[in-house]
Design a protein around this ligand. Structure first.
Ligand code: NOJ
Length: 773
């Protein structure tokens, strides 16, 4: 595993208070304290802007004109990306000396509203009109009946109004497919999909899940789950898209698009600050305002921009106030992010009638404890206005109209067969793509040239498919690794197995085999966090005992996220198989035997020590003291070497990166980062190049943040030209004093590589930002 340098932080930490909001702490890049003083971005950036005067900026887009000083070569005219003009600078490989200046862009006159992702309001206009027309015809009691749960055959239900053609709403979990019903596909868990870094696949997966929901008669899928894996041991990390807000936002967009393509309303959940299970219904998440906007709102912003119909507010409090009655957070969602759909409570997360309705909660789930008789009385008394009730109903009907439920209501039934050959094939493809090879020494994998193989561990014969809680899917079957390995190995390889957890039993069969495969599972569920990242003494002893007698020991871990590996140096290979769904064994065998080269990349950091990243907080207050430094950002800031870094994942082949250039895209304000990736090995493989942005110090961002990725399939010897778009939105930071995003002026470094710690190419860019400096 390659280790990259960690950017040095400035010596004196700068305090950055977050004025104006009662629920946020005052923090310096997440280190929260009270009474700090705001220092204007202009002051902070003045030093870095001395640099900007060295370069000549074009008056319009600001492509660097002749005379820019840098050590790279200058290109002229259109390039291979299809007619985009160059910025006149080609960045060199990492380590280039003398990088005094790169190209420059002038975004000073940019409309700051473009720094937020938004759904085009035109997409909602017709649905609004339809909803308005219906609201006018509804009686008060009909309106009231639409804003709370009712009895039904699903996880949640809302009665319809047949006389107006408003269908009943049926709501069902969840993020990994249809729950609680038979004849569905058990797809891999979202964390496995996140490991694919594959937007197209996630959209297909979303569409397949949506189709199954629709077949079952579901109108509203309670997914995607877009809380971030802030706490490595958090019980619901398997339902998440990992620790990085950019990755999560990109995959959220794809998942929402996929689900809603099937005329099923997607539900982005849980808004907001629900990053652990410990005390989730009582704890208060303390998140500074900048962090909230940059990190935890970002996936919700993407969901809204993708047109998500519903958002579920979470159990926890935020700054002392329950999320489902939090006026500021809900206003941020509706007004700030432009969400036109409805907010439903998590199941039992409504704690008031009047306060919640007036704060912005639109629907109580799953019953009517607060939004039944109590809301009716409140509307009668005027403590909740009928205008507000109309708004609640209008939001529900707007999403129903926009996703097409009026013209095409769900007609499926819970007993219908929803799974299909195509969906099983997709589940297999997704599981295979997610397999993440962390270590592979001495050609341990793929399994070639063997006459005998010892398959050890309970998870080899009693396989893990998914996690527990409301996302648990009823699996029709799970292909066990042992079964698939025996099938694939055929008669040429003798496969022996023990599921005994006793180290001596395992060592006895491992000693006699050409290679030993240890398959271990780590369980995880909603409702409780994992007690530790440690696999436990017995599992660790098992691996050690096997590794002591077999020099070709391969460990496969079906885990929802990070684990510690005290035996890492003593084994030859490690594969993370995540929660792979029903096609577990087939996907694993395909990768182990080299029918497919592994393609997964870690969507979470694997820390070297449990204390390197936040632990579940069991106090009444869950302090997000790390602020912007979630996951790898924290490890990078602190200069801590991870066990395996975010974005890491090996292939059976090797890739070389070359020829990075920074170009102006056809559309105004957009840049393109272009480079080549070559398969330098003897097998085909897929690489996921990742783009990380390093802000000028004055921006007070973590050392580097993911701002782009791609996926390229390459035959041996082939080269692909990769283009990653980069626009002002990728350079934004949230300024609490203005309650808006800005692009800080200064010099940025753009780095491209195979993981957050294996950066191969880089260039610099000078930006005149929106901050008026
Ligand atoms: C509680 C969970 O937090 C939520 O994700 C789920 O959708 C509801 N229960 C309904 O099952």
């Amino acid at each position: 595993m390659a280790r990259g340098r960690s950017k040095r932080r400035r010596q004196a930490p700068r305090r950055r208070p977050t004025p104006g909001r009662s629920f946020v702490a005052t923090c310096d890049r997440g280190r929260c304290s009270r009474g700090s003083r705001w220092e204007s971005p202009a002051t902070i950036l003045a030093a870095s802007l001395r640099f900007a005067s060295l370069v000549v900026l074009s008056p319009s887009f600001g492509g660097c004109l002749a005379g820019c000083t840098d050590s790279g070569s200058h290109e002229e005219g259109p390039n291979a990306t299809g007619g985009a003009g160059t910025l006149g600078y080609t960045g060199g490989a990492a380590g280039n000396a003398g990088r005094a200046a790169g190209p420059a862009v002038d975004w000073s006159s940019l409309d700051r509203s473009t720094l937020r992702a938004r759904l085009d309001p035109a997409d909602v206009t017709m649905a609004h009109q339809q909803a308005d027309a219906l609201v006018e015809q509804l009686t008060l009691s009909e309106k009231l009946s639409l804003v709370h749960g009712a009895e039904g055959d699903y996880v949640g239900a809302v009665v319809g109004v047949p006389r107006l053609g408003i269908p009943a709403l049926t709501l069902q979990d969840g993020p990994a497919g249809v729950t609680q019903l038979d004849d569905v596909t058990a797809f891999p868990a979202p964390i496995a999909l996140a490991a694919t870094f594959d937007r197209e696949l996630v959209e297909l997966w979303g569409a397949a899940m949506g189709r199954e929901q629709r077949t079952k008669g579901v109108a509203v899928q309670l997914a995607p789950m877009i809380n971030l894996a802030r706490v490595p041991a958090a019980g619901r990390n398997f339902e998440s898209f990992g620790e990085d807000p950019y990755l999560c936002a990109e995959l959220t967009r794809a998942a929402v698009t996929g689900i809603q393509s099937q005329r099923v309303i997607a539900t982005a959940k849980h808004f907001v600050g629900n990053e652990q299970e410990t005390d989730r219904t009582t704890g208060s998440s303390e998140i500074d305002e900048r962090t909230l906007h940059e990190i935890y709102y970002a996936p919700f912003e993407a969901a809204v921009a993708a047109g998500v119909g519903a958002v579920m507010c979470s159990y926890n409090r935020v700054g002392g106030t329950y999320a489902c009655e939090h006026p500021t957070a809900l206003a941020d969602l509706k007004e700030g992010l432009g969400f036109s759909g409805w907010v439903m409570s998590d199941w039992g997360a409504t704690h008031s009638g009047v306060e919640a309705a007036n704060a912005g909660l639109d629907m109580e789930m799953p019953g009517s404890a607060w939004f039944g008789a109590e809301l009716e009385t409140a509307v009668g008394l005027g403590t909740v206005s009928e205008t507000r009730l109309d708004d609640m109903v209008r939001r529900i009907l707007t999403s129903a109209a926009r996703i097409g439920l009026f013209e095409d209501p769900p007609v499926g039934s819970p007993s219908a067969v929803a799974t299909s050959v195509e969906h099983v094939a997709l589940a297999l493809r997704a599981a295979t793509s997610s397999m993440t090879l962390l270590k592979n020494e001495s050609g341990a994998l793929p399994l070639e040239g063997l006459r005998s193989l010892a398959v050890i561990g309970a998870a080899a014969s009693a396989p893990i498919a998914g996690g527990g809680g409301s996302a648990a899917v009823r699996v029709p079957y799970v292909v066990a690794p042992l079964q698939a390995i025996e099938q694939r190995a055929g008669t040429a390889v003798t496969v022996v197995h023990t599921s005994s957890p006793i180290a001596d039993d395992a060592a006895a069969i491992a000693a006699a085999a050409d290679a030993a495969l240890v398959v271990l599972g780590v369980e995880s569920s909603e409702g409780l966090d994992r007690p530790s990242l440690d696999l436990g003494d017995s599992a660790n002893a098992l691996v050690d005992a096997v590794a002591a007698v077999n020099s070709r020991t391969i460990v496969v871990l079906h885990t929802p996220g990070a684990v510690l590996m005290p035996w890492l140096e003593r084994v030859s290979a490690v594969v993370i198989g995540w929660y792979p769904g029903q096609e577990n064994g087939h996907a694993l065998a395909s990768v182990l035997f080299g029918d497919t080269s592994p393609t997964g990349k870690l969507p979470v950091s694997f820390p070297a020590s449990e204390s390197d990243l936040p632990l579940p907080d069991s106090s009444a207050t869950v302090s997000y003291t790390e602020g912007l430094e979630i996951g790898y950002r924290r490890l990078d800031t602190r200069g801590l070497a991870p066990l395996f870094s975010f974005g890491h994942g090996l292939s059976y082949t090797t890739f070389e990166y070359s020829d990075l250039s920074l170009n102006q895209a056809d559309s105004a304000q957009q840049l393109q980062v272009a480079f080549d990736v070559t398969n330098t090995g003897a097998r085909e493989g897929t690489e996921t190049p990742q783009l990380y942005l390093e802000y000028p110090d004055a921006a007070e961002e973590p050392p580097r943040v993911l701002r782009g990725f791609s996926r390229v399939e390459l035959a041996p010897g082939d080269t692909r030209h990769v283009v990653i778009p980069l626009g002002p939105r990728e350079f934004r930071v949230y300024d609490p004093s203005q309650q808006d995003f800005d692009v800080p002026s200064g010099t940025y470094r753009i780095r491209v590589g195979s993981s957050s710690r294996d950066l191969r190419l880089e260039t610099v860019l000078t930006v005149v930002g929106t901050d008026g400096s």
